[in-house]
Design a protein. Sequence first.
Lengths: 330, 372
Amino acid sequence: METSMWRALLYLVGLLAFAGVNAAWLGWCERKGAARIQRRIGPCEAGFAGLLQPLADGLKLMSKQLLVPQGVDGIIFRVAPVLAMIPAITSLAVIPFSENIGARAMELSLLLLFALASIGMIAILLGGWASGNKYAIISAARSVSQNLAYEIPMLLTVITVVMISGSMNLREIALDQQGGFWHWNIFRLEHGHFLTMWISFIIFFICSVAETNRAPFDMAEAESELVAGFMTEYSSMGFGLFMMGEYLNIVVGACLTATLFLGGWDCPFGLTPGIWWFLLKIYVLIFTFIWIRWTYPRTQIYRLLNLSWKILIPFSMANLLVTAALIKVF
Amino acid sequence: MTVPVHLRHDETFVLNLGPQHPATHGVLRVKLTMDGEYIVKAEPVLGYIHRMHEKLAEGGTFAQFMPNTARMDYLHALAFNHGWALVVEKAAGIEVPERAEYIRVITVELNRIASHLLWWAAFLLDLGGFTPLLYAFDDREKIVDLLERVTGSRLTYCYLRFGGVYNDIDDEFIAGTRDFIKRLRGRMPRLYHDLVTHNIILIKRIKDIGFVSAEQCRRYGATGPVARGSGIDYDIRKNEPYSVYPEFDFDVPVFDECDSMARYMVRMHEIEQSMRIIEQALDKLPAGPVMGKAPKVLKPEAGYYYSAVETARGSLGHRLVCNGDKNPYKLKLRSPTFSNLSLFGEVAEGMLLADALAFMGSLDLVIPEIDR
């Protein structure tokens, strides 16, 4: 693969556009989806079916004053929202959208994604800490313990995928699953992996909901307890960037799930594989995120940690052992 | 969480919950002394919406105070109307025609359902579920429309008069009420119970959380669903009957678990019982006038008068002192939420912040009624 100047520029612009469009219009999707679930109409005034609503929201947020309250740690307070956004955009660089579309096919792209995801957590911690608000600090502390607890089972399940594919390159992992749904990691027939991989998929999906701080695991921004959590003191685009970062994290989480378990850009029936299948898969996953959020009440922080440490981690470890045994035996 | 927690009293910080906070549903302030996320001490601070209604009563005539009653508990305004009407009727010796009594019961019970639905919605919102709020409001809207039809207002009703009610109900109201009951019965199992009551996350959040013993209820004078969730079988409608309640066949749901789930279940069952009362009242509705004979200017004999009614939140007492003048000499209200909130500090000690807020939601607080 040649890396010319034009190619880099094209991917830069393309990925930024993809990130921007998703960050803005997933908000619209969420509002419309929530509205349908709640028997409402949702945004409908701005443009056809309210499609211009994100622009209106963006303009409103940008026209607001960016308040920096007294007594906050000014630099960290301003850097935190940016830090929430950057890793999410950067993550898109290593995601293979189809066989030929993907900015960088690094050997350790999977590792890079997890490293970047952890930086997103630090952004929440810094934002909460710098705000000097008690609610924000509680929220930041919750968010860190939550992310720590959920990264372990997530990585353990990812190792099962890595063992099957024998690579940490996302492109290689996706290429390994081509040729119909029985090759996908979740239903994989060879070595009898379908016996354990669906458990991996469920654990991974739960963890990615928790990682992105989405309901029912949105401990960090539990509005009835912590007002708005780490975002309490943020106004204007500081708040906007956190929101966009959240949606981008969902996109990255869905991309990762689709690549690791659902065959990436592969078609279930072996017909015309391509980017459309990939996009279809990630948007179905994103819709599931929205669906879950508007159906369940919020859980409790200690139940959340119990779920991780007492259920998900033992299960993912056992799963890892069984998968290894399957590879060895068959 | 039932595990006893060792609280450190030396490394605490103060967290102000309110007076503007999304969980306090009004201007309640709770001063929390926290050890991490554990509550060491919780002190409700009242008075942010004190409007001295009891003093205002002394300044006007008896009838002039009727609109004020609705501004206290805006969710079950008709019960407050009812309490005030009862005590004044007792003082002035006014007879109420039977049809008016039936209409009072129908509208008060409809209002009770609306109040419980709104509590349910707000409680789920406290627990982070937004969707149930809109389902409950969808149903509540039907009640509000029905009540608007007869009372003329949608929230702060001033419908009851001394000696009857302001407006007769018509066939359309009766048909609409029957339709509503049918509709709510149809929606209850799926939208309320399947989606929420049997939801594992909800059960884990409120079961065995917020333990209020019967002894604590008695000590703080807690009534209504809070007491009935702690196994105390006490409902003014049954124990000290007023109006035409003895003529109806209904149960008082009592649960012994003492936790937030018990209070939740009491309210869900009360909705069903209120629907039963309304159905019977509509079936038996007698003909006749809706206003009895009442003097234009009330001048009750000097003395002490007391009336108690059951609101959606518990027992409401009106203590009225008259000196033979045309306005009350003194009025004191015993409002249910004040007593129910009083036990919050004791129960919340040692709880996690999120659990304490779920517990607070289960108490069904209406702040203007506490401050008055």
